[in-house]
Design a protein around this ligand. Structure first.
Ligand code: SF4
Length: 283
């Protein structure tokens, strides 16, 4: 993993289980129980660790395995609240849980910005990217009350403009795919590719921003330099696919997808434990 992005992944050892308390969930295929925001999950132990961590999927908590806080949990626990937990300071608990999503969004932006800064093709706008990253980092240092007052939408819009430019710079260097090697379905932001048969498709440099790839068959597909920011990849089959140079891919997307030992991943991301170790069937 890039050394600059290690701190942008959840570090449960340095967090007071904030996601397991702050976030609500409804009983469904992803969660075995209902839980309100601010209510500690019944599986959360006194040491802030999950009591069923090794068997979350078997016990009906698949949703917990497709979550990553981008480091928001440890930043709030150790920096914003100075190592004091919601159990030690119940009067501050409500504030901690309210500010958690704000920090999550800021940390997510830092994830994308760090990737963009590292990319050689983004050199023409690296100064602007670095300034946006520095500003985002500065915002994460605010106290909790100030974080809640942030005009996050305005900040995100500025960052998104830069990320879009980065994507265009990188994808402009990718050669056009051979005719018939992609899909006849329209691609582009928000494309509906749910259940699409894209096995072995040449999707190099494709714009898949915010696309719906739910249960799409991407076995053996080439997704190098494809922009996947915000793509919904629940149950997308990535077995044998090449994502080694995909843009703006997150661990959350991988956790929600299916894959195997032959799926090629970017160095900043890790292979989900639940993925099959079998070779892909791409016939
Ligand atoms: S099941 Fe475990 S990981 Fe999921 S919310 Fe509860 S304590 Fe957290």
């Amino acid at each position: 993993m890039s050394p600059d992005r290690k701190h942008l992944r959840g570090d449960c050892d340095n967090c007071f289980g904030l996601c397991c308390v702050a976030l609500p969930f409804a009983a469904s295929a992803d969660f075995a129980i209902d839980k309100q925001s601010g209510q500690p999950c019944s599986n959360l132990r006194d040491d802030y660790r999950c009591g069923i961590h090794s068997k979350l999927r078997q016990q009906g908590f698949r949703g917990c395995t497709v979550y990553d806080c981008f480091g928001a949990g440890q930043k709030l626990s150790q920096h914003t609240f100075g190592g004091r937990s919601w159990r030690q300071e119940p009067q501050a608990a409500k504030l901690m849980f309210e500010v958690f999503p704000v920090m999550w969004h800021l940390q997510e932006l830092l994830w994308y910005l760090t990737e963009a800064i590292e990319h050689p093709a983004a050199l023409p706008i690296r100064t602007e990217l670095q300034a946006a990253s520095d500003e985002t980092e500065r915002l994460t240092g605010f106290d909790a009350e100030s974080l809640l007052k942030l005009d996050f939408a305005a900040h995100r819009a500025e960052v998104n403009t830069l990320l879009l430019k980065t994507s265009e710079l990188i994808r402009a260097k990718v050669p056009e795919p051979k005719s018939g090697s992609r899909t006849k379905k329209p691609l582009g932001r928000g494309a509906d590719l749910m259940g699409a048969k894209l096995q072995k498709a040449d999707l190099r440099g494709a714009n898949l921003r915010g696309s719906y790839l739910i249960a799409a068959d991407l076995r053996g597909a080439d997704l190098r330099h494809a922009d996947l920011i915000g793509a919904d990849m629940r149950d997308t089959d990535l077995s044998g696919a090449d994502l080694s140079e995909s843009l703006f891919l997150t661990q959350v997307q991988l956790q929600a997808a299916k894959g195997n030992a032959d799926t090629k991943l970017p160095p900043a991301l890790s292979r989900p434990e639940h993925w099959s170790s079998k070779k892909p069937a791409t016939s």
